[in-house]
Design a protein. Sequence first.
Lengths: 479, 778
Amino acid sequence: MPIHFWLNSHEVTTKEPAGRLVLDYLRQTERLVGTKEGCKEGDCGACMVLIGELAGNQVAYKPVTSCLMPVGELHGKHLVTIEGLNLEKLTPVQQAIVDEGGSQCGFCTPGIVVSLTGYLMQPWARGDKDGFKYALGGNLCRCTGYASLLRAGSRLGKQFGNGAAGNGKKAQNSIESLIKLNVLPDYFQTIPERLKRIPSFEQKNDKAKPETFVAGGTDIYVQRGEDLPDLKVEVLNLLPELKGISLKNGKLHVGALTTFEEFAVDPEIKKVIPEMPEYNLLNASWQIRNRATLGGNIVNASPIGDMTALLLALECDLILKSGNKQRTVPMKSFFKGYKVLNKKPSEILTEIIFPVPDKKTKIHFEKVSKRKTLDIASVNSAIKVRVEKGAIQTIEMSMGGVAPIPFFMNKTCEYLKDKPVNRQTVLDVLSVAMNEISPISDIRGSAEYKRLLVRQFIIGHFTRLYPEYLTVREFYETH
Amino acid sequence: MKHIDAAAHTRGESQYVDDMPQPADLLFAAVFSAPVAHGKILQLDIKEALSMDGIIAIYSAKDIPGENQIGPIIQDETLLAEDKVHFIGEPVALVVAKTGELAQKALKKIKLEIEELPVVTDPREAFANGQIIGNSRTFALGDIEGAWNICDVVVEGRCDIAGQEHVYLETQRARAVPLEDRCFRIHSSTQSPYAVQKSSAKILGLSHHKIEVDVQRLGGGFGGKEDQATPWACLVALAAWHTKKSVELVLPRHQDMEMTGKRHPYSSDFKIGLTKNGKILAYEVKHYQNSGATADLSTAVMERTLFHSTNSYFIPNVKIFAACCRTNLPPNTAFRGFGGPQGMFVIESAIAKAAEKLGMSPLEIQYKNLLQENDVLPYGQHVHDARSRKTWDEANKSYKFPAIQKRIAKYNETHFETKKGLAVMPICFGISFTSTFLNQAGALVHVYTDGSVSVSTGGIEMGQGLNTNLAKIAAKAFGINQERVKIESTNTTRIANMSASAASATTDLNGNATLIAVGQILDRLKSLAAKELGLSHKEKIVIENENVLFDGKATGWTWGKLIQTAYLNRVSLSAHGFYATPGIWFDRDKEKGHPFAYHVFGTAILEVTVDCLRGIYDINSVKMVHDLGRPINELVDRGQIEGGLAQGLGWMTLEELKFDEKGKYLSNSLATYKLPDVYFMPDVLEVKLLERIDNPSGPYGAKAVGEPPLMYGIGVFFAIRNAMRAFRPEIEFLFDSPLTPEKVLMQLHADWLDDLTNGRTVTSGKAVKAKKEKVEES
Ligand SMILES: Cc1cc2nc3c(=O)[nH]c(=O)nc-3n(C[C@H](O)[C@H](O)[C@H](O)COP(=O)(O)OP(=O)(O)OC[C@H]3O[C@@H](n4cnc5c(N)ncnc54)[C@H](O)[C@@H]3O)c2cc1C
Ligand code: FES
Ligand code: FES
């Protein structure tokens, strides 16, 4: 079945290989060269496009990096490039950038226009500085130092936003109003009807097994981008049943294709992990989080995956499915060795299930990376702990970046159980922790640094969660 | 006035080399490069690669028809390796294929047999082995040996300063198009079209005029395309020469990062002597520059280190030594600041250490020693119109240093886990190419009969706003609306022998050349108008708002009428202007002279907060007072200041080049090499311009702006260090940049490391331990 979608204001059906990159398709096949290639790894945002997807009668748009997205996933969607945003005159987004001097060499600029426009389309968009940082989190600019871009943002905030800078105005972000305000061309209005007419993708009954699965593509394209156009890939995002978060019998069921962003803003998740929006900011960028899935993070099995580290402390079960066969694997026993999994190649991870913790249980996540945002951790860690009358009742703790696998601190947790929360306990458990981990020196830091971070994180977890029992100062006073 | 290109940029309509419509015959190239850092080539096997579908040809050194040599200053660099390779990423062969993907795939099938030779990556080791490029040089002032004795305190130390990846968002690229009669047009993303023209002519054995180089714009350069855009242009020219087809080469980001040089890392030793009141009497420094495998621009970069080693300070007794040390890393090259920042980092480190020794605030030492009018610099030039104190005083007045210091002290008293730090960073940067002969520029101006104007110069638009400035200069000089002026691409057939767009001097040089060309046409137009209108004093004629005025009064002639009349009277409406900066010279035997047309001054105050438990930090604010003379376009200049600052902050903190001991570049992607993102930059960023005072050398009184603001970023290192000192005052922290979160944490908690790693085998990677060495006292 050919891939059938809308590209800006044109309908496209194509037999491009499903695994080909949207970026290559745009620049080479369509010669739509406003979309730039700056890194092909999701880090710079020069290749930013909008993807519109039917949600009821509306189309919901989000900015994503076209350098990590397979053409196969475009089926039934609206792909918008910078060319598809241009009107005869500059749009307010473009004008704000021009007026504030937010474009110098211009190479990053189309991507920035796409991100900002995509941001204004969000119902939750805020008009303040933090909002526009969020919007630009996935765009690098080497020329401007961002100050002029944030000034452009604050102009837009005043015009459209609803946050502090927006004079209390309600966000005017429906497609209709954005068309009226000349932020979007009017063909956007016709897109919902047009997308509805595209028949849904039929997974052909072809016998050939897929050679690999692609979810968000944010790991696999970075690792094997050159091979994928030639392989038979199964695009998991065409299986909508793998998405969504629901509460059943005191357990949260999270579809494996749930993205980082969907997870972080989900109301059920926020109830369980109130700090989730803050942790979310430490992971990738908005644009990458719009693509990166929890399932991909777990199956990729990087020892330093952030969501993996978080989930590992939440007593998760993983549901694996192959054809009609389904089984459940506790997440703690899923990782067998460096990128070796308790999973058959044909199995798809469909669901992640974890119990909703009781009221007294606290959860905390720590991550240190060279750059605070959009960077891979040197070490990360999550803890789920319940303390009663000053003593630890239950504890689950993960550490990423300290072993060949996402690491559960079994011995450390065992040691800590029933111990009082105080300085001596922490100092005593350090040797247990140090014996349990085996970090190596790599680009994310030396082995010693990672050991030091493990110490600091253990202190950090307890001092953040239980300041009434323990402060950082206590660890230095004896110096 | 906005950036002239900005509207097209925001629409994605600006064309970079590979965005131009493709000729039907276009082929694509990819570069096969050395996999080891030093070795003898035994055999290059391209058979399998060549047999792949869609592969047209593979070229190596033996296919070069002319001379295989592209060294810009010293002739020590081949385009394609011959018998030896000297760094990982050194180009060895060029694949030409029907598509870019195929060319990349073929790279994996090329086999290179190499006999490995010893690899040196450390500049001090190279120096000890006698591996230096060119000659080492020494600048001296006063009597350094005598001076140590009269100092109350002498402090010594060492700095290790990292390099920096340019990360122009547009990677290196070029397209060559064959023309008739064995001529070629090269579209290159280069800051130096003439370098591309010269080198590709040499490679092909052609004379310069057979190569036309055309540059529309660059997606960023920052020095990384001053000399290092040349090889890629030469390679496509070579392929076009052989295939007689158009050929394009775009380096993927990884390959760009692996194959191109960076800002030079330095390792330096300093010794500084002061009175107990903080007056600096003597300063001695030895700079070991890590030049990489070939000379590239290293000797010129080193020269600027010599010039800027005392930053904004007057020091009566000085000795500055520097050497370019040859290592097996990619040849390091120009990067905004061009060696100046490294020199400044060392003197700031020396002052920081001296302040600790004297128990004095570094601000006090800095201020006491700031340059004053007519002070002599170690290279013999006296400072004129010194604005170091002026910018400092202005910054102090606007931002109130004592109040900030007090607030920070209070914060640090009341907070344990987080500490704040502050630093003030004054800058003084010389403007002009330090090789005097490069300070020349040409401009070609045409006026068409409809009154529209075309301006060509040798300058390159790379985002810095050159074209915006030139359009404004030309329109202002003619007295016409700016819409009439078009700035053309930079093309070697219109402007010959141009210098690179570099040294912050591009607007100065090309703007002045434009003024001269416009002046010639104006002069002819005024003579004509005087004659036609029967006016005797042509010097009383001016054009304002497109009207011809005499003695301030309207003559009834418009610009349109003037041009029409001139054309019908056979008056030339074209002119070529040539500008050479006057009054500059330098004697390299004596190491004295007057190399700079002027200096740019400024002062910044920076504030950070360090999370001492985790080693991470936030830059809270950077507030600057900067000297722009009388800016041509404030919006453009602010952009340069903010962007330059961001690069300086990144260089000192996040941007960490990692090579292993075999010379393999580990941080070869944007996933592993981190540069400032929107969250990294300080929330408070203030730029105050010093009162507008004309600069006699710049067009319309402007001062150069490209490089100097980068050096404000140096202050962030010292601000973080000061916050660290607030947490652990007893530790002497290293002067080792960049000050990454890893280095912060490891130094803050070095004493815990033994406990944590005791009895365990620790895999490679050296612990960065804070030294508690005693400082020497005299
Ligand atoms: C710029 C950038 C920044 C990043 N920052 C972070 C960060 O801060 N923190 C972090 O943790 N990660 C980060 N990542 C890594 C990546 O985004 C995550 O690991 C993400 O979760 C991967 O999910 P995906 O859906 O994109 O996986 P894919 O790339 O689509 O897949 C990864 C692997 O898992 C397999 N797979 C995926 N889903 C399934 C499934 N349901 N069943 C079976 N197999 C499956 C695929 O076959 C593939 O082998 C970053 C990546 C980029 C490009
Ligand atoms: S090209 Fe850099 S994010 Fe896609
Ligand atoms: S304007 Fe050059 S990278 Fe943003």
